[in-house]
Write a new protein. Sequence first.
Length: 136
Amino acid sequence: MFELADSARITAGAVLLSATTVASGGWFLTRVVGGKVETTEFQKSFYRAGHAHAGVLIILGLICLLLTEQTSWTGWAEWLSRVGVLMAAILMPAGFFLSALGAGRTQPNGWISLLWVGAAFLIAGLVTCGLGLIIG
């Protein structure tokens, strides 16, 4: 068994409670796929991508949060290793969903920038966590 720092324990609890919002996204997707919400093919694909990224990145983020406990990181490196992927789990799905909003939209709007900011957090978080585990 291992111990979690209080900040990691509280973050993990908050993430698990927040993950219930992914279920509402799934409900929305069933309405989209069922034809109850009018969407373009572009919107349908972006909504699906947002939902999928949310679920996968929450799981990966929680894994990184736990693995960070086995590193010697402190300060900014510890923070980035612990929550970088979790930041991506918020920003990337938001970029997919928000950039597809609007009747008849066939291309992303300016909110797509959230996707790229999230991708930067994803890469930075994974690299920092991975290096922390290798370095010790």
